[in-house]
Design a protein around this ligand. Structure first.
Ligand SMILES: Nc1ncnc2c1ncn2[C@@H]1O[C@H](COP(=O)(O)OP(=O)(O)OP(=O)(O)O)[C@@H](O)[C@H]1O
Ligand SMILES: [Mg+2]
Length: 279
């Protein structure tokens, strides 16, 4: 489990002033869970997740990763191995000239035997649907493919928790759809927790749980269903309803019996088709 207890953190500006980013944040994330972290710009989302793999260590409070403490330098290597990170810009995360070599980089650094490295590269590329591109030069990939390659690089380390910090925000709609498909398949396998920071509420709706960040603190921990039915909370957090949810609400106001459980466009279309066939 990822355990964050009364975590506070402030950045120090060049002028020496303190810029608080997190104040007294406590939360838990279980293995296998899919969690979305949402909130306005500057609310502390990235600072929070950088604590989860020890890129930043708490100034107050503690962060434990499957029992390892991120503040202990001797436990940090294990923390990094357990928690994978994918960031917004894939170009900053790619380290080798070809797809295969890039994915092999992490396992090679772990000093694993060659056979095991090959196996991990194969499995990771398969998971992101890039096996066919394994010999291609990285510069020939599209933005979405590069981001899937970055995900494969993280997967090859076999993390128990995979964090994606706005990993779909620089990718075109088609590339984004493919990344989300990869995440759905990973979620179904339950081999690792997925922790996804996003400004896209439709994307957040796919999580089992949503952590809503207000300025420097957790405003709410809830399910997508509950969050999207709370306009006040959404407004307070600077968020909007996903288009499907507002569409479903508008239909309900016109007495179309759309169930509250409808979260995706597909579910809405299925529901409307069913209603039409009944009538
Ligand atoms: N390196 C830094 N130096 C100084 N202040 C920083 C630094 N990084 C972040 N901050 C400040 O810390 C606060 C939290 O930033 P953080 O990047 O964690 O927010 P965020 O929720 O990820 O925002 P966004 O949605 O824009 O990515 C903000 O006020 C931000 O300006
Ligand atoms: Mg951020």
């Amino acid at each position: 489990m990822l355990l964050v207890e009364e975590l506070s953190y402030a950045y120090r500006t060049q002028e020496g002033a303190n810029c608080p980013a997190l104040m007294n944040v406590s939360l838990q994330i279980q293995p296998g869970e899919r969690v979305a972290i949402v909130g306005a710009n500057g609310s502390g989302k990235s600072t929070l997740v950088k604590h989860l793999n020890g890129l930043i260590v708490p100034q107050k409070g503690k962060v434990m990763v499957d029992g390892y403490c991120t503040s202990d330098p001797q436990q940090r290597a294990q923390v990094r191995r357990t928690v994978g990170m994918v960031f917004q810009n894939p170009d900053n995360q790619i380290v080798a000239p070809t797809v295969e070599d890039d994915v092999a980089f992490g396992p090679e650094n772990l000093g694993l035997p060659v056979d095991m490295i090959k196996q991990r590269v194969h499995t990771a590329l398969q998971a992101v649907d890039l096996l066919g591109a394994r010999l291609r030069p990285v510069h020939a990939l599209s933005g979405g493919q590069k981001q899937r390659l970055a995900i494969a690089g993280a997967l090859a380390m076999e993390p128990r928790y995979l964090i994606l910090d706005e990993a779909t925000s620089m990718v075109d709609p088609e590339g984004k759809k493919e990344i989300l498909q990869v995440l759905r398949q990973l979620q179904a396998r339950k081999i690792m927790a997925l922790i996804q920071i996003t400004h896209d509420m439709q994307e957040a709706a796919e999580a089992e749980r949503i952590i809503v960040m207000g300025q420097q603190h957790v405003l709410s921990e809830t399910t997508p269903e509950r969050l999207f039915q709370q306009p006040q909370l959404l407004q307070q957090a600077g968020l909007t309803q996903p288009p499907v949810i507002s569409l479903a609400d508008r239909l309900r106001r016109r007495n179309v019996p759309v169930p509250e459980t409808v979260q995706t466009m597909k579910e809405l279309v299925d529901c409307l088709c069913q209603l039409r066939s009944v009538n």
